[in-house]
Design a protein around this ligand. Structure first.
Ligand code: X5A
Ligand code: ZN
Length: 690
């Protein structure tokens, strides 16, 4: 449905006129660097370009006092000395004669973006603005911010569009205390912010930036602070924060709109943040937010002071808003201890207000397994005991992924290879229905060991699947859907795995729903992570062979995805994902769509969905749409997880978290669990940063 890019050249006018080492980083080149890079990448051209308008006095008045607005208006006619004197009355602020005009454009850009999204003109968008907004308060400029662009947009969405639930995600590295103050007693705005905090020793040095500030009155639980107490937080820390803190609350909140205070000073290289997250991480953060609110995501620029890192991160965000798959994340996916402490304390502070956090944190983790491996003894998690390195698969990226980085969007995003013809009716226009099939002899050779593939129907379906898979592995097609007769599902999946592994996939994630057993001849070499959802009981037969029952309630399904499937998937870093809806999978369309949409964040979006031939065209259609980048339908208010669902998750987490660190949400005496623990961590404090 399209992505808006809202901008106006006039916003490059405001600049620092005197010497001030604190403020000099907020300069016009921030906007031009970002925009130039968007053009270079051909991304700007793919967006609906909107020219920013000025916000009106009334619109500014949605969050600011009339006195403050007229004070800022008067700066237009002040001389340099007066400007400097007035600036000195605020913390980390400079005024310029153009500041009022720029700040009104910045706020107006946000309003235009929200209007474009809420009227359905576009699906999502980014407003490239300065000055930034999230520190500014009802009657105060602060931290380079004059008018609170995101807060004004939220108030406008409530007032003019009648929205009742707005999520604000502030991924800037500073605490947007301005937004917090403006909505702290308002349950219709859920404000999430992570920020460099260092136990209060980092700007703006506020007690109320800590995790125990959770809102007040009616707004209790609608302010979520995640303070980072060390610098150097990276991709694993950010993704873990989303999976284990933000997203459970966000799904429970069920927003109608997501606003992002998109500051990129939380990215690597930034002098303010001193963090380590790479630009691709912002593709993943964006992607993870796009499953909310039917994909209505409005991002507005806040900070970001390292021009190169800023420009790249902006490109990643826009590219993802446009629906391109996120590039794979680099680096070891192991959150650091300090990040886990922060996430855990924020979860504890929020638990009284959110059902999705409650059961999980109070249920004791069973020490002895409630299920047993076929041999009747506790499942051996790993041959040879705890293996810290296991979370770090082969360091060499596959050559396929290298190619993928050079050419991020294959010309054909999604192919559908179905034997049932009625699917065409529900396909979006740019989804290609595949005609081709693998060579007959080749197909027969793959089918030979499997009795269930002997039938003509099964063989035909297999030929199409193999052709599709080859297209994906060659990089011609990004994702696809294939169908198979129900009786041949297991064998077809087995062949798909073997073919994937022998044709270039280094690590293959297989998410099998329903009654599908791990192929018996599949090598235990750590190249395949087998995850069965729909098993009779929760069991971790090895760190690469996990089964869990299909959760009955939506709440349980969400915690299974966020608390188990995605942490395992992000930890494993596959370069190919197979999702199979096998016999008796019992998955509803919206649940299947959500799972597929979220798995698309892995492997550069290289996801093949395998359906049973008699699946409804609706199911195939909804999967085709999410695989090509459309937002999944929102699930609506989520029910709680059943005690059994929670039990299964807790059990698996207990079994697997020593090996799969992305699962971790509690603090464990790590040295005790895993004697080599120190080796698990990157030399994260050794390189850049402090
Ligand atoms: C928007 C933003 C930072 C202010 C830092 C002052 N402001 N030391 O990133
Ligand atoms: Zn910032």
């Amino acid at each position: 449905m399209g992505t808006a890019l809202v901008y106006h050249e006039d916003m490059t006018a405001t600049r620092l006129l005197w010497d001030d080492p604190e403020c000099e980083i907020e300069r016009p080149e921030r906007l031009t660097a970002a925009l130039d890079r968007l053009r270079q990448r051909g991304l700007e051209q793919r967006c609906l370009r909107l020219s920013a308008r000025e916000a009106s006095k009334e619109e500014l008045g949605l969050v600011h006092s009339p006195e403050y607005v007229s004070l800022v208006r008067k700066t237009q006619v002040l001389g340099e000395e007066e400007l400097q004197a007035l600036s000195g009355q605020f913390d980390a602020i400079y005024f310029h004669p153009s500041t009022f005009h720029c700040a009104r454009l910045a706020a107006g850009a946000g309003l235009q973006l929200v209007d474009a999204v809420l009227t359905g003109a576009v699906q999502n968008g980014l407003a490239l603005v300065r000055p930034p907004g999230h520190h500014s308060q009802r009657a105060a400029a602060n931290g380079f911010c004059v008018f609170n662009n995101v807060a004004i947009a939220a108030a406008h969405a409530k007032q003019k569009h009648g929205l009742h639930r707005i999520l604000i995600v502030d991924w800037d590295v500073h605490h947007g205390q301005g937004i917090q103050y403006l909505f702290e007693d308002d349950p219709s705005v859920l404000y999430f912010s992570w920020h460099r905090y260092e136990h209060g020793r980092f700007w703006p040095f506020l007690r109320e930036s800590d995790a125990d500030a959770v809102g007040r009155g009616q707004g209790l639980g609608f302010t979520v602070n995640l303070p980072w107490n060390q610098v150097g937080m990276g991709n694993a820390d950010y993704v873990a924060a989303f999976l284990h803190l933000l997203l459970p609350l966000a799904f429970e909140f069920d927003p109608e709109l997501v606003l992002v205070s998109a500051g990129f000073d939380s990215a690597i290289g930034d002098p303010e943040g001193q963090m380590q997250a790479t630009p691709e991480c912002f593709a993943h953060l964006t992607h993870l937010l796009q499953v909310l609110a039917g994909g209505r995501v409005c991002a507005m620029l806040e900070g970001g002071y390292h021009l190169e890192s800023l420009a790249e991160s902006v490109c990643m965000t826009v590219q993802t808003l446009l629906g391109d798959p996120a590039p794979p994340l680099s680096g070891l996916m192991v959150p650091c201890q300090s990040a886990l402490e922060s996430i855990q304390s924020a979860r504890a502070a929020q638990a009284p207000y959110w059902k999705s956090l409650q059961l999980q944190d109070v249920t004791p983790v069973p020490t002895s397994p409630s299920t047993h491996s076929p041999e009747g003894r506790p499942p051996p998690l790993l041959p040879g005991g705890p293996m810290c390195k296991a979370a770090a698969p082969a360091p060499a990226p596959s050559s396929l992924l290298d190619q993928l980085c050079l050419c991020p969007a294959p010309s054909v995003r999604t192919t559908v290879a179905l034997t049932a013809p009625d699917i065409t009716l529900v396909l979006p226009p740019d989804v290609i229905q595949q005609e081709g099939s693998a060579l007959r002899e080749e197909t027969e050779a793959w089918a030979r060991p499997h009795e269930s593939l002997a039938r003509e129907e099964a063989l035909t379906a297999l030929g199409k699947l193999l052709y599709l898979l080859d297209g994906m592995l060659d990089g011609q097609v990004n994702s696809g859907i294939a169908a198979t007769p129900a009786s041949a599902a297991a064998a077809t999946l087995d062949v798909a795995i073997q073919r994937g592994l022998s044709h270039g996939a280094q690590r293959l994630l297989c998410v099998a729903l329903g009654q599908l057993d791990r192929p018996p001849d599949l090598a235990h070499d750590g190249r395949t992570l087998w995850l069965n959802i729909g098993g009779k009981e929760a069991a971790a037969l090895s760190m690469f062979h996990v089964a869990t029952p299909l959760p009955v309630m939506t709440g349980g399904f969400l915690s299974c995805i966020l608390g188990l499937v995605l942490p395992l998937a992000y930890g494993f870093q596959p370069d190919l994902v197979l999702v199979a809806l096998g016999p008796g999978h019992g998955l509803q369309g919206p649940h299947a769509a959500l799972l597929a949409a979220m798995l698309r964040g892995l492997a550069g979006g290289r996801v093949l969905a395998l359906l049973e031939e008699d699946s409804t065209p609706q199911l195939a259609g909804i999967l085709a749409r999410v695989l090509r980048g459309e937002a999944p339908p929102s699930l609506g208010p989520s029910s709680v997880a059943s005690p059994e669902d929670v039990q299964a998750l807790m059990y698996l987490r207990g079994q697997l978290e020593p090996q799969w660190k992305m699962l971790q949400v509690r603090l464990i005496a790590e040295a005790w669990l895993c004697p080599g623990a120190r080796l698990c961590h990157r030399g994260r404090w050794g390189g850049q940063g402090k």
